[in-house]
Structures are given as structure tokens and as C-alpha cells.
Ligand binder design. Structure first.
Ligand code: ADP
Ligand code: MG
Length: 244
């Protein structure tokens, strides 16, 4: 593997009695694309949220590019900016234009000049295919377009790693590919990505590794080809039997 960019060591977390992350050890190399897959409730979202520090963990360490996750304050805001996150629900600011959605972070957190942020913002909107919609509001766009704006908004912060938590599962089927295509493009350009998805086509096309989670544990890890054709654990076999 290349130099690790995201490293989780012995990470533990409970929600009350529920042991939601059990001794998670995971290293993600620079430029690596890891697909996280597993049954509902297995802890995939919690894992993403822990990496982004939207959730605290009880023990173990999480480092991004060699730096431990800060507790709070400015350092935390900086770290969040280094870790882009795209959720199932698009989370755009409803009362801001598409372009403003993309430039807000760079202006506020990265202290970019408005004109510079807008120039870069338009390039990113172009790249994800929604430049025509720059002056519209989120509700005027389709779900697929909104999710592509959400990706552009994350990219505008120049993140070191991008987390995607089921980015296509709230979309109508005909819009899934337009979002996955943008993600495949990012992967090809060398973005480090952690992607929670059950889209096998994406995993096969873009992932270096599939991580299968069940009950808060990483049960198995393999290349997409091996994982989908020869799952080793009964849990993975059972899960794949249900989704394939
Ligand atoms: P996944 O994304 O794999 O479906 P999650 O990480 O969302 O799983 O959730 C793992 C488990 O933790 C689930 O049983 C869920 O109900 C529980 N959980 C998630 N968030 C919270 C929370 N804030 N408080 C209590 N339980 C939670
Ligand atoms: Mg989830």
C-alpha cells in the first residue's frame, strides 16, 4: 500500500449497551478507494462519522495524514475541511444558490476571496455537469443534480479524503449513474475515497478494496473481484445472497 492517509487503530464505540464499533483497525492509503459494505445497522455510518469527528470514540486512535483527530475548535474545523463528506440526503443550504452552496466553505473556512472561490466553484460545477444551474436554488434541481452539487461543494474545500455514505440510495434509479460516474472520475484521478455503498458496479469499477462490516466489526476485506465471487465468511455469503 502507498503511505497511509487514514488510519484507525483499535477503535471502540458504544451507544448505550450497543457495541457499534468493535475493535476497528483499518488503513487507507493515499489514492486508495475503499468500499464499505454490510447489513443495515452494522456501523458503517458511525464509522464514517467517527472519521469525520461527527461522533467521538471511546478508545483507539484515528489519524488523518498522520494527525490525530483534534477534540474541538479551529483544528477540528480544519480537519473537517480536509475530510469531505457526502451523505445520503444532499444537505444543501435551501436558501442559497447552487454557486453560493459551493463557495461558502472556501470563503468562510479557507478564507478565499469571493471572486477566486466563484471561479473555482464554477469549474467544479462544470466538472460535475451542473454549471447551467449555478444561479438556481437546490429545490429547483433533481436529486441527482443536487447530489452532484454536494460533491462539488466538498471538492471545493480541497479535501485530502472524501467520505461517501450511501450517496445514491435516496435517488431515483435513473439518477444513480450520473452520480456514480462523477465518483468513478474522482477515483480515477487519484482521490482517496471511503464509500459506503451497495452499488457493486461502482465497487468493481473503482474500488481497490471492499471492507465488509457486520455487527460493528470488520469481518472480511478483499479485492472487489474476490469479495463478490468468493466471499469467505458466512455473514458475507448470507449478505451477498440477499443483495445480489
Ligand atoms: P449502518 O450505517 O451500517 O446502517 P449505523 O452506523 O447507522 O449503521 O448504526 C449502527 C447501530 O447504531 C444501529 O443499530 C443504530 O440504530 C445505532 N445508532 C446509530 N446512531 C445512534 C445514536 N446516535 N444513538 C443510538 N444508537 C445509534
Ligand atoms: Mg448507514
Amino acid at each position: 500500500m502507498t503511505e497511509p492517509l487514514v488510519v484507525l487503530k483499535d477503535v471502540q464505540k458504544h451507544f448505550g449497551d450497543l457495541h457499534v464499533l468493535r475493535d476497528i483497525n483499518l488503513e487507507i492509503g493515499k489514492g486508495e478507494v475503499v468500499v464499505v459494505i454490510g447489513p443495515s445497522g452494522s456501523g458503517k455510518s458511525t464509522l464514517c462519522r467517527a472519521i469525520n469527528r461527527l461522533e467521538t470514540v471511546e478508545s483507539g486512535t484515528i489519524t488523518i495524514d498522520g494527525k490525530a483527530l483534534p477534540e474541538e475548535g479551529k483544528a477540528l474545523a480544519q480537519l473537517r475541511a480536509d475530510v469531505g463528506m457526502v451523505f445520503q440526503s444532499f444537505n444543501l443550504f435551501a436558501h442559497k444558490t447552487i454557486l453560493d452552496n459551493v463557495t461558502l466553505g472556501p470563503i468562510k473556512v479557507r478564507k478565499q476571496k469571493k471572486a477566486d472561490a466563484e471561479k473555482r466553484g464554477m469549474e467544479l460545477l462544470e466538472r460535475v455537469g451542473v454549471a447551467q444551474q449555478a444561479q438556481k436554488f437546490p429545490a429547483q434541481l433533481s436529486g441527482g443534480q443536487q447530489q452532484r452539487v454536494a460533491i462539488a461543494r466538498s471538492l471545493a474545500m480541497d479535501p485530502k479524503v472524501m467520505l461517501f455514505d450511501e450517496p445514491t440510495s435516496a435517488l431515483d434509479p435513473e439518477m444513480i449513474n450520473e452520480v456514480l460516474d462523477v465518483m468513478v472520475g474522482l477515483a480515477k484521478e487519484g482521490m482517496t475515497m471511503i464509500v459506503v455503498t451497495h452499488e457493486m458496479g461502482f465497487a468493481r469499477k473503482a474500488a481497490n478494496r471492499v471492507v465488509f462490516m457486520a455487527d460493528g466489526q470488520i469481518v472480511e476485506e478483499n479485492t472487489p473481484e474476490e469479495f463478490f465471487t468468493h466471499p469467505k465468511s458466512d455473514r458475507a455469503k448470507d449478505f451477498l445472497g440477499k443483495i445480489l
